[in-house]
Design a protein around this ligand. Structure first.
Ligand SMILES: [Zn+2]
Length: 279
């Protein structure tokens, strides 16, 4: 797998994947009229759907091995198109024991699926040597009775038990995960959504999380999806971050864009787009 690594100074990011997820357009973008997608079909699948990679970015920094987001979790049937994270880890010569930090960009179900393994009503961490990290705001949000069922359906199994196991660390914006990796608040998609800024040897990089889900949203930053809890805040955060990423030419690791999900925000003829980094 030659092109699934990105290097930022001394930090190495490897793009692993738990598989893929697909939705119909009207399901995922219910507020965007279908006509608006005319001329934007290259952002869609052959059947006009939206396809998500389920990336887990493995960051090596300061001697730590950090898994950022853990996909949707184990397969429900052999045909389930996700559930591949542990196999992919193995294919890269690593074991769950090698991961010593798990950072969640937010508490949505497709980012926490492999956090824990449950057996006979008992939970054990999938990554037995890891400390787990989540924003304190999303910790509160995933306990909000008004949000659990629709927004954080697997939190009771995949997030809540982390605290009882004594391995959960709650973060604020600006939390320094290592000397080279820190959190920045990127709220809207969820109240406590965080991206990770990497700074090493004068170079920068950003692990985006779910600030956007589809490359069409780079040229159309106001297009929010049904997954964005606060549409207006999502637009504000996305516009600010895209401006900065374009201005500073910062390489991005985007969890849901096509594997490996590495690229830059660039502008041509006045229009902004995603330029994949081919390594
Ligand atoms: Zn997501």
């Amino acid at each position: 797998m030659p092109n699934d690594k990105l290097t930022i100074g001394n930090v190495e990011i490897t793009s692993l994947s738990d598989g893929v997820l697909e939705f119909d357009l009207c399901n995922f973008f219910p507020d965007i009229p279908e006509d608006n997608w005319k001329g934007q079909e290259h952002h869609l699948t052959a059947s006009n759907g939206v396809r998500f990679n389920l990336a887990c970015f493995l960051i090596k920094s300061d001697g730590h091995t950090i898994a950022v987001d853990t996909g949707l979790g184990p397969k429900q049937t052999p045909e389930t198109p996700w559930g591949e994270l542990l196999d992919d880890l193995k294919a890269h010569g690593l074991q769950p024991e090698d991961v010593d930090m798990v950072v969640m960009t937010h508490a949505h179900r497709d980012h926490v699926g492999w956090n824990l393994i449950s057996k006979d009503g008992k939970y054990t961490p999938t990554f037995p040597n890891a400390q787990y990290y989540l924003s304190n705001t999303d910790w509160d949000a995933c306990h909000d009775p008004a949000l659990i069922e629709d927004r954080f359906p697997n939190a009771p199994e995949c997030v809540w038990p982390l605290q009882d196991l004594g391995i959960l660390n709650l973060m604020e914006a600006g939390h320094q995960i290592t000397s080279e990796v820190s959190t920045i608040a990127t709220p809207g998609h969820t109240p406590g959504h965080m991206s990770l800024m990497i700074s090493s040897q004068g170079e920068s990089g950003l692990v985006l999380g779910d600030v956007l889900h589809n490359t069409a949203q780079i040229g159309n930053p106001d297009w929010v999806s049904r997954a964005d809890i606060d549409p207006e805040q999502t637009r504000i955060t996305r516009r600010e971050l895209l401006d900065r990423l374009e201005r500073e030419g910062i390489p991005v690791a985007a969890v849901h864009l096509a594997r490996p999900g590495f690229g830059r925000i660039v502008r041509e003829n006045g229009r902004r787009y995603w330029q994949a980094i081919s390594l």
